[in-house]
Design a protein around this ligand. Structure first.
Ligand code: WQD
Length: 339
């Protein structure tokens, strides 16, 4: 029996596939490669010594999914495949709603046809919106996200809750990520954003490797200890291990489970920059710039529920995240291309 991983060539998906293969599970990757490289499959094999099945396939295409479910013995799915750039979602809301909503609807429809009713869904802390106080707890009301991207995560969570209400045989895990950064210790897989990175750590990494001249820090006048925004950064390998634990939990009983996957600690932009410099010895020139629209001053997780229910908590430090990011970026200055 195999685990279907949609978006399995992506940043978090590929790290999760590595953890699954290392545990002896069979994996089927479905990825349309719109925001990932097929080289990731080779790198996963290099790390684990095992090659997952791979189908270049749009998850929205139900007939394409059906042909995969006919060929493979799927027991559960982990659904990563989605558009995820906050700023882009403001520019292209229609594309985000179409892709992110239609992909979950297609996936669960085909899963039900083959009586596969276990799914782990890649959600986001952005669903808490701007009104909930930190640390965020899973029983807080879903907020009003600041972007169409965030709204698609709210809607996908609701779709899955409604599916469970319609059929209590489903086992569903909604995983709300905080800020994933870092890379596998091998440096063979890592974050490889296309174009100018939106997120902080990949931008720092590209400054470090000489692709970008300096970092713009968006705002130093927030109500935080050093004036820069505070976030809950989590090592991508810790995040991947959280998915494995959530998957195992689905075998216990049908239900809808919701978990924060975060460290429970806040780190400011300046703290992350300084830690990166201290750990790598690489200077990161930066300039203070105006605030970025939509940014919150500070948010981080209450991670107690994942510890209590899944026996999962983060193990890697901010220093590990910086060291592993640099190991990946310095070995792959242009990401997966030009290899
Ligand atoms: C972190 C801090 C920026 C870039 C987003 C999504 C969230 C999730 C993770 C998908 C902020 C500052 C950033 C830069 C900077 N994505 N920054 N200069 O915004 O907390 O979360 O990514 O699930 O849904 O909202 O992460 O890394 O973009 O920003 O100063 O060049 O770094 O202002 O304070 P964010 P981020």
């Amino acid at each position: 029996m195999s685990i279907l991983v949609t978006g399995g060539c992506g940043y978090i998906g590929s790290h999760t596939v590595v953890e699954l293969l290392n545990l002896g599970k069979e994996v089927v990757i479905v990825d349309d490669l719109s925001n990932a490289s097929a080289k990731v499959v080779d790198r996963i094999e290099e790390i684990t010594g095992k090659r997952p099945s791979f189908y270049q396939q749009d998850v929205v295409d139900k007939d394409g999914l059906r042909s995969i479910f006919k060929k493979e013995q799927i027991e559960a799915s982990i659904h990563f495949a989605a558009f995820k750039a906050v700023g882009e979602s403001v520019q292209k809301p229609g594309a985000y709603y179409e892709n992110n909503i239609m992909s979950i609807l297609s996936l669960v429809e085909v899963m039900a046809e083959f009586d596969v009713k276990k799914i782990v869904f890649s959600s986001s802390a952005t669903v808490y919106g701007s009104l909930n106080p930190s640390p965020y707890k899973e029983d807080m009301p879903v907020g009003v996200p600041t972007s169409p991207y965030g709204q698609t995560k709210v809607m996908c969570e609701q779709i899955l809750r409604d599916i469970y209400i319609s059929d209590n045989n489903w086992s569903i895990s909604l995983l709300r990520y905080f800020n994933p950064i870092g890379a596998h210790e091998s440096g063979l897989i890592g974050e490889d954003p296309s174009g100018i990175p939106n997120n902080l750590m990949p931008f720092i990494a590209q400054v470090a490797v000489g692709k970008r001249e300096f970092l713009n820090i968006f705002g130093d006048d927030y109500e935080t200890q050093d004036g820069t925004c505070v976030r809950d950064y989590i090592h991508v390998v810790d995040l991947a291990k959280g998915h494995v634990k959530a998957l195992d939990k689905l075998n216990q009983a049908p239900d809808v489970y919701t978990y924060n996957l975060g460290s429970g600690q806040g780190t400011s932009v300046l703290e992350l920059v300084h830690t990166f410099v201290a750990v790598t010895g690489v200077d990161i020139p930066y300039k203070m710039a105006p605030r970025r629209a939509g940014d919150l001053a500070s948010f981080y997780a209450n991670a107690d529920k994942a510890l209590a229910d899944l026996n999962w908590k983060t193990e890697k430090s901010i220093e590990d995240m910086c060291r592993d990011t640099w190991n990946w970026q310095s070995k792959n200055p242009n990401g997966y291309e030009n290899q």
